[in-house]
Design a protein around this ligand. Sequence first.
Ligand code: NAI
Ligand code: 3PY
Length: 319
Amino acid sequence: MKQHVVVYKKLPEDLLQRLRDEFEVTCFETVNAGNRAQFQAALATAQGIIGASLPIGNDLLEAAPLLKIASTVSVGVDNFDLDYFRKRGLMLAHTPGVLNEATADAIFSLILASARRVVELAEFVKAGKWKGSIGESLFGVNVHGKTLGMLGMGRIGGAVARRAHHGFGMKIVYHNTRPNPEAEASLAATYVTRDELFQQADFVCPMLPLTAQTERTIGAREFGLMKPSAIFINASRGRIVDEAALIEALQRKTIYGAGLDVFEQEPLPADSPLLQLPNVVALPHIGSATHETRRAMAELAVDNLIAGLRGAQPVHLAV
Ligand SMILES: NC(=O)C1=CN([C@@H]2O[C@H](COP(=O)(O)OP(=O)(O)OC[C@H]3O[C@@H](n4cnc5c(N)ncnc54)[C@H](O)[C@@H]3O)[C@@H](O)[C@H]2O)C=CC1
Ligand SMILES: O=C(O)C(=O)CO
């Protein structure tokens, strides 16, 4: 009998066909309150699941007694309880690497847009307010030659730092779980303490996984350490930041601005104070959202799932 796979994200048709060739497949383009009961019922006979952007709590996993592998179409694995996977001996596969460059490009767009006030000034032009020379009050700040502080010098952090060093002549300071000799050799990056990073950087850019250790790791204390001219860039996960403290720092202008791709709650509620602030550039979690990169992520996730269900080792296992 064919094994059963539950898909909970829209996948390209040819990749779905690869799954259908080998498995019985049940698809949910999204899971919401309206179809959650059907999703849970489908899990009862599933050996594999594949998807993204849905917290898969242990209650759902308990409803999947035959499960062998979950394959997430993301590098972040914060939608899963890793200890539960270890205890049950389940595999959790993810998609590191293939999204590094697209995500680093998106982060650099946040750096440039925040520093040069691109969104604010584009709206100014569209509103018909450009009547003459704009004047100093609408000037931005330089990016080239400034100091980038990478909190987390992993795969994506390294790709951001490469752009900063080679493309923009920026000085790189970083803090990481352990020193990264390759970044130090190729990017002249300097390892600093966490506090030194917040104090020295013109652009503070965390690129950390969301874990119990990193949840709300940046708060009022850290914003207090930053320069009044510093810009905060976050495309890792919203919950690594105390968002209320960030809003306060931005409202009181104890920091210059922020470029954000991720938020405590996503989608960002329409009444979020962040949306009232001209010194904030907010994007809808688009770090990896290019056609090419999302395709590569979906392919890798399908490869991982198929390998796991065939009894082989998936290439990228988080657990
Ligand atoms: N906005 C978006 O669309 C995207 C967001 N992400 C997020 O970015 C995260 C990072 O991805 P990768 O660079 O592939 O991960 P990675 O594992 O290669 O890099 C993370 C780095 O953070 C370091 N680290 C972990 N905890 C730390 C701490 N407390 N202090 C200092 N350093 C610490 C690790 O040593 C590692 O070097 C993902 O987990 C995901 O949450 C990833 C892709 C797209
Ligand atoms: O891969 C991830 O973790 C994302 O956030 C989206 O690509």
